[in-house]
Write a protein that binds this ligand. Structure first.
Ligand SMILES: CC(C)(COP(=O)(O)OP(=O)(O)OC[C@H]1O[C@@H](n2cnc3c(N)ncnc32)[C@H](O)[C@@H]1OP(=O)(O)O)[C@@H](O)C(=O)NCCC(=O)NCCS
Length: 257
């Protein structure tokens, strides 16, 4: 959710070594001045991650209108912390300031999601990492994502999350010790993606997230560097209805078994 409060950017240079998950970053500057040094920032040039399923590159100024359009979507407004109503100025600030700044400082990494057969086509979604800046070499980051409605239901975000996750845990990538996923309670579509990536949902935290000035309950899950990157716990089913119902809160849709 942190990420969703203001993602995005410029253009991602195609870094040949980064065409597979786990490839080296374009440049990691580990000799940082304080205060960045305190939290072991890894600054880098934006680069492309791609495979046969997905193409990820830092969004560019050419994507502003498309991002503006997509962020009008009801589900994105409902489940993320992007501004609502979402304006072109919001998208422009995201592209021109938030995203390049986060790459530059090492505070985050954001990619536009496209299919590999249309790497210059319209943006289909966004995926990003927001670094926890705690002063420890055991780094952690939160993953965030959204997709255009027409790109949902095909596993595209699971593929995007997988390539980002593999890179983030790799010693030649960010070398993370841990990743975090959070979602406002009831966001089963987001939870399904996290579950597929191996995240373990560890609970519901009351009032954890602030969305446009209102505190909301959130699920939280983690994935550690040594964890399997596949589902490790049963998907909540009809038998788990009580637990799921309590988590989901009144009036929210029950999960499909
Ligand atoms: C989260 C998101 C990126 C997932 O996209 P996606 O993976 O293409 O897939 P879908 O939206 O179709 O749903 C993902 C899965 O959840 C399942 N799902 C959706 N609603 C569900 C529900 N109420 N109960 C159980 N499962 C549900 C879908 O059936 C699908 O399962 P499958 O992968 O086995 O087919 C997309 O739904 C989205 O952009 N949502 C709005 C923004 C958002 O919520 N971002 C995350 C913020 S934490």
């Amino acid at each position: 959710m942190t990420w969703a409060s203001g993602i995005t950017a410029e253009h991602g240079e195609d870094h040949p070594g980064a065409r597979r998950a786990g490839a080296p970053v374009a440049r990691a500057d580990r000799a940082l001045s304080a205060p960045d040094a305190e939290w072991h920032a890894v600054r880098m040039e934006p680069f492309v991650l791609s495979n046969e399923h997905v193409h990820l590159a830092m969004p560019t100024a050419a994507d502003v209108d498309r991002i503006t359009e997509l962020c009008q979507g009801a589900e994105i407004a409902a489940w993320t912390t992007v501004p609502s109503p979402y304006t072109r100025a919001d998208a422009a600030a995201f592209i021109e300031e938030v995203v390049p700044e986060s790459w530059r400082t090492g505070r985050g990494n954001t990619w536009a999601v496209r299919r590999p057969d249309a790497p210059e086509g319209p943006v289909l979604g966004m995926v990003g990492l927001a670094m926890d800046t705690s002063p420890t070499p055991e780094k952690s980051a939160e993953i965030g994502y959204w997709l255009a409605p027409e790109a949902r239901g095909e596993g595209l975000m699971t593929e995007a999350g997988r390539i980002v996750t593999d890179w983030a845990f790799d010693d030649e990538g960010l070398g993370l010790a841990r990743m975090v996923w959070t979602a406002f309670t009831g966001n089963w579509a987001s939870r399904r993606v996290a579950w597929r990536l191996g995240f373990r949902v560890e609970g519901t935290v009351r009032g954890f997230g602030v969305q446009r000035g209102v505190r909301r309950d959130a699920w939280i899950g983690t994935l550690l560097a040594g964890d399997p990157r596949e589902p490790v716990e049963p998907w909540p089913s009809a038998e788990a209805g009580d637990r799921v119902g309590a988590d989901a809160g009144a009036g929210e849709p029950a999960p499909r078994a």
